[in-house]
Design a protein. Structure first.
Length: 256
């Protein structure tokens, strides 16, 4: 049986990715901080799909998180066929007053842990001649976003990193996909301090729709997959606008 590792699996896109993968007969390894929620998801998967998920409750926002997680999985003696780097956090507000500690945690989780996990599991996938790395980026990756500066920059890193290693790993049968959703209805806006951005999230898709899209994009071996026709159109139109203008537009959207 093939196995999928999903980070940030306790809620939102991560939770729905775990369910989609289980539905397609991948045994999920569920990783997130909140053990109670992970246990609930594991029970749901056992009941509905007759699979036995592995639950690993841990924070991935420390500099050595990836190594510790890798060691735990090695002890389970399982091979990871799909790595879903979904865990991530945002922090909405002026950069000049952001907490340094939160900035560091965000950069560690969104970039460093994702990079290390990709590096740790890629050689094992190469050895098998097969594997998928699915990185959850964002439409914020395509332009600077005032009041969301560090988050958007971290997702720009994820996007370019994914493109580069996709080129490197493809000859070995390992495929990398960066999925770029826009605003998605989940806990993200609350933890990012975006509770008042009601207009931005009022018409946002539910997380399970994004997860289904991400799974299909992975199966098609796409390198970049932007969710939603509106998001794809806006990204296309940026080609005809200056960086200054796209930054201004991004700022106005975040103030909605």
């Amino acid at each position: 049986m093939k196995t999928a590792l999903i980070t940030g699996a306790s809620s939102g896109i991560g939770r729905e990715m775990a369910l989609v993968l289980a539905e397609n007969n991948y045994r999920p390894i569920l990783v997130a901080r909140r053990e109670t929620l992970l246990d609930m998801i594991a029970d749901e998967i056992k009941t509905n799909y007759n699979l036995d998920p592995i639950v690993i409750p841990m924070s991935l926002s420390k500099k050595d998180s990836a190594e510790k997680l890798f060691e735990k999985i090695q002890k389970e003696n399982v091979h990871i066929d799909i790595l879903v780097n979904n865990a991530g956090i945002g922090d909405f507000g002026p950069f000049s007053i952001e907490e340094i500690g939160k900035i560091e945690s965000m950069m560690t989780l969104n970039m460093l842990t994702l990079t290390k996990l990709s590096r740790l599991f890629a050689p094992l996938m190469i050895e098998k001649g097969f594997g998928h790395i699915l990185n959850i980026a964002s439409t914020a990756a395509f332009q600077p976003v005032p009041n969301f500066a560090v988050y958007a920059a971290s997702k720009a890193y994820v996007l370019q990193f994914s493109e580069a290693i996709a080129y490197e790993l493809k000859p070995f049968g390992v495929y990398v996909t960066a999925v770029c959703p826009g605003a998605t209805r989940s806990e993200f806006q609350d933890t990012a301090g975006m509770e008042d951005n009601t207009k931005l999230f009022s018409r946002a898709p539910l997380a399970f729709l994004v997860a289904d899209f991400a799974f299909e994009a992975m199966l098609k071996k796409k390198t970049i997959a932007i969710y939603g026709s509106k998001n794809r159109f806006l990204n296309f139109m940026q080609r005809f606008s200056s960086r200054k203008m796209t930054t201004k537009v991004a700022a106005s959207m975040m103030d909605a």
